[in-house]
Design a protein around this ligand. Structure first.
Ligand code: NAP
Length: 885
């Protein structure tokens, strides 16, 4: 039953009394309007408090000339009501601000929303009252509000940041902020105008102002990437796609990465020729769609600095081809951030505007503004007198509207500003520990500004209102995330931020645009679809991470972290689970080999190296194939003898091709991947003996192979890690070859399955316990399992080469790898360890798929360089993913 005591809009609300509602919502933009509609439909009483004079939120305030959306309007619309979708027709591909505002007004009227919105009303304070279990909101206009639940639909970009330039108050002319544009018309004709700032708002308004003003001077601190919008009618192909299956189209948007239905691009840049890349780029340039260019060129553009630089170069080429003055063109070319890491812009005549005789660009990197004077703007090189200054200087984004607008006091009198002093912390970007019944729509830690906001807003509102309804049915009155869940979410956010390049740019995404603001990637970078899946999973797992309480001591708390896997590992495992594959061990040896070959054919091609050479080497009576990967740099290189994974049954010298290429590039060393013989045709100890024979032969032929003479290094993954470890023991016992170091990646070191990781990670992480049983049965008889050539952990560990042992948290083999590292160390062997949090058995060999594996491979490369005594500078791979796993 509703708790409304005083209906909004009644004298109680207006006269300064107390308005009691179930839910108070702040903000009447896209989010607040939908929220009110959903709350009403769910039977809650609600009031929306809005400081503006009408609905619209960001579109109410940002009325500057040229303002438009930059997600195609057919995607930037509500989807909750199919009738609404057909009742409104957009006139353009990218609607103007007035049209979007009309749309939001149309929505407000259609669902009769205005009667529950208090316009011109600012919240001045919000306080959680422990005793009543309600929020009390005081306002600057009319009644305070008492509400069970408090929803902030305040937008991510609604708090303009101050100009931060001395002397603004001295200026005698007109001053405007794009984020607070007046409702009356601003006349530029006959005026000298300055625009400070070249983000989306500046880039949209500059061409329009230039057409009207007598003279326009643009003050640019950082050039931004921009591409033409090619505005006009909605593109026929997108409209046809939508109209052919509206529900399906919307569903795809919800499952996509950015909230716009584009497929996942699979081709990687190095698979494409220059001409092919250029053709794709030209198509994107002609398409005029940010989501398209950000996602559809090549798979590595958003996750890898090299792949990204290829796009950035082509974009800079465009700028130079449009802007006639070379110095101005150069100043307009971004060079301090990867494309997409800072919000790119859509433009209409922006670059061409700088060819106009009445426009000058002032490059603040070369001549910073020193002050604003009574007559204009002073840089350290000149005075520019103007009549109007337009500040397009942006927002205190994501947290500004939540933190700065009014004090929010939660449990125990703690203020949100204090709690977030070092940066925002949330659970799911929706809730905050210590602030019961407070919900943030598209808050920090959710996809929000990295997505089509319309899709993200609907998802958040639906989730919140559905939860409130479920709570009500279950008799609970408060909901609050636990500290454990919130800390886990922060860790997951940090993990996600390692996947994209956003962390490499100083932007409002990271708080870098506001002096003194704590730094960190604020939006969720893991994608809209995966995020939605996580929010749903929280519910499916009994409101994991939330404490629910109700009358008479009712309480439910299912504490825990919702995501413990690395984000890309989670995606891969979900994808594998969806494929519903039969267990590999049920396929038989040949079937399993065929499956692996098929599986490997779908992965991204390995990166180019200097040379790839196939050969064969003797092992007893047989010849073993090998594949040699040589770095592109001249000279003799240290040699790493590599043994592939596959449980002694599967794989070959090519099956870990991407890994070998990547490590060859990172280490600047020759990698020789050896095709040892497999079980069940060749059972124990063939693989171990083959490994040793290969290492010996390679060491003896190092010079012929183009490698440095002297100690070789050995490396291997999984069963290959077992062979590498065994090779070191055999080499020590049989008088050579000399081995300078061993890299053991998720190695089998013990034929026992007693280690707890065998139970903890028995299923669900691709390599299963049952598969390991099968591998071991294929390779060796139970009687052999104590032999150090299969269980090196049981061998003599003294005098072995230094080791770097990598284990993954979600791997059945985790504990035996750790045990081996510890045992080596106990026997005086220098050992480095990487215990990879959130990773699974294949994390490091799924190169260019598990992007969070990059930092682990960097550490492996560093270890190999140390073993070979090679200085770090000699590596050739990019070092952009520098964070530790
Ligand atoms: P913004 O992207 O933060 O751009 C602000 C600009 O002002 C930057 O060029 C910044 O330079 C400059 N600046 C800030 N303080 C300055 C100072 N003290 N001196 C000199 N220059 C200064 O802000 P915005 O253009 O308002 O856009 C913000 C976001 O709103 C966009 O990224 C977008 O997400 C959204 N938006 C969307 C649309 C649309 O959908 N069409 C339109 C407008 C805005 P630095 O880069 O050096 O800090």
């Amino acid at each position: 039953m509703s708790e409304t005591m005083v209906a909004p809009g009644t004298s109680g609300a207006a006269s300064g009394g107390l308005q009691q509602v179930d839910v108070a919502v702040v903000g009447a933009g896209f989010a607040g309007l939908y929220c009110l509609h959903r709350l009403r439909k769910a039977g809650f009483s609600a009031v929306v408090l809005e400081s503006g004079g009408d609905v619209g939120g960001t579109w109410y305030w940002n009325r500057y000339p040229g303002a438009r959306c930059d997600i195609q309007t057919i995607d930037y619309s509500y989807t909750f009501d199919p009738e609404l979708e057909t009742a409104w027709q957009w006139s353009e591909k990218y609607a103007t601000q007035p049209e979007i505002l009309r749309y939001l007004g149309f929505v407000a009227d259609r669902y009769d929303l205005r009667r529950d919105i208090r316009f011109g009303t600012k919240v001045t304070q919000a306080t959680w009252d422990e005793t009543s279990g309600r929020w009390l909101l005081t306002t600057d206009n009319g009644a305070s509000v008492s509400a069970r639940d408090y929803i902030m639909a305040t937008g991510c970009l609604s708090q303009p940041k101050p100009p931060e330039i001395d002397g603004v108050q001295d200026f005698k002319g007109e001053i405007y902020f794009t984020g607070r544009w007046p409702h009356n018309e601003v006349t530029f004709a006959g005026k000298r105008v300055a625009v400070i700032g070249t983000g989306s708002s500046g880039i949209q308004s500059i061409p329009v102002i230039a057409e009207q003003a007598d003279y326009l001077t643009v003050f640019q601190r950082t050039p931004n990437f921009a591409m033409p919008a090619h505005n006009g009618p909605a593109p026929a192909d997108r409209a046809a796609l939508l109209n052919s299956d509206r529900a399906g189209y919307r569903e795809q948007a919800r499952a996509s990465m950015a909230g716009v239905p584009y497929p996942q691009q699979m081709d990687v840049s190095w698979q494409l020729t220059d001409a092919e890349r250029r053709a794709r780029f030209e198509k994107a340039w002609a398409t005029g769609d940010l989501v398209y260019i950000l996602s559809q060129l090549w798979a590595d553009q958003a996750v890898d600095a090299e792949g990204n630089a290829l796009v950035a170069d082509l974009l800079r080429e465009k700028v130079r081809s449009i802007v006639k003055d070379p110095e101005t063109a150069e100043a307009l070319c971004p060079d301090d951030h990867p494309f997409g890491a800072k919000r790119p812009c859509l433009e209409t005549n922006y670059y061409a505007t700088f060819n106009r005789p009445n426009v000058t660009l002032v490059n603040l990197r070369k001549e910073p503004i020193t002050a604003i004077t009574a007559t204009g703007i002073k840089t350290d090189k000149r005075n520019v007198d103007v009549d109007i200054i337009v500040f397009a200087t942006g927002f205190d984004a994501m947290t500004g509207a939540i933190r700065a607008i009014h004090p929010i006091t939660g449990r125990g009198g703690r203020s949100l500003s204090d709690v977030w002093a070092d940066g925002p912390e949330t659970y799911l970007g929706l809730t905050v520990a210590g602030f019961p019944n407070l919900f943030l729509i598209t808050g920090p830690g959710s996809p929000s500004v990295l997505s089509n906001m319309a899709v993200s807003i609907e998802q958040h509102v639906d989730w919140v209102v559905d939860r409130l309804a479920a709570l009500r049915s279950a008799g609970f009155t408060t909901i609050e995330p636990t500290e454990t869940a919130q800390a886990g979410w922060q860790r997951h956010l940090a993990d996600c931020s390692m996947v994209t390049l956003h962390r490499l740019a100083n932007t409002w995404y990271t708080g870098a645009n506001v002096p003194g603001k704590p730094r960190g990637v604020m939006p969720y970078t893991g994608g809209v679809g995966p995020y939605r899946g996580i929010c749903n999973e929280v519910v499916d797992r009994g409101m994991l991470g939330f404490r629910l309480t109700g009358p008479r001591g009712a309480e439910q708390c299912n504490d825990g972290e919702i995501v413990r896997l690395q984000p890309d590992v989670r995606l891969v495992l979900n994808w594998l689970a969806e494929m519903n594959l039969p267990p590999i061990e049920s396929m038989g040896a040949q079937g399993a080999r065929d499956f692996v070959a098929q599986f490997n054919a779908t992965r991204p091609a390995g990166r180019p190296v200097g040379e790839v050479l196939d050969g064969a080497l003797p092992a007893g009576e047989d010849m073993l194939k090998y594949r040699l990967y040589r770095p592109a740099t001249p000279g003799l290189h240290p040699i790493v003898v590599y043994f592939h994974g596959g449980g002694w049954v599967l794989g070959d010298e090519q099956s870990d091709d991407p890994f070998c290429r990547d490590m060859c590039r990172r280490t600047n060393m020759i990698f020789i991947s050896v095709g040892y013989r497999h079980a069940p045709e060749h059972r124990f100890p063939t693989a171990a003996e083959d490994g040793y024979a290969a290492a010996k032969w390679i060491a003896e032929h190092a010079l012929e192979l183009g490698g440095q003479p002297g100690p070789i290094l050995v490396a291997g993954w999984s069963a290959g890690g077992n062979i590498a470890a065994v090779t070191c023991q055999l080499a020590r016992d049989r008088g050579g070859p000399e081995i300078g170091g061993q890299l053991l990646l998720n190695p089998v070191t013990d034929c026992s399955t007693e280690h707890p990781s065998y139970t903890e990670n028995a299923t669900g992480y691709f390599l299963t316990r049952s598969l390991m049983y099968w591998f071991k049965d294929m390779y060796c008889a139970p009687a052999d399992r104590g032999d150090p050539r299969i269980s090196p952990l049981r061998g003599n560990l003294k005098g072995l080469p230094p080791a770097f042992v990598v284990t993954s948290e979600f791997d059945p083999l985790r504990d035996e790898g750790i045990a081996y590292a510890e045992a080596l160390a106990a026997h005086g062997v220098p050992v480095g360890q990487l215990k990879a949090r959130g990773h699974f058995h294949s994390s490091f060999t799924m190169v260019d798929v598990i992007i969070t594996g990059v930092s682990g491979r960097e550490q492996m490369a560093e270890a190999l360089r140390m073993f070979a005594k090679v200085p770090e500078a000699e590596s050739t791979a990019p070092q952009v993913h520098a964070a530790a796993s």
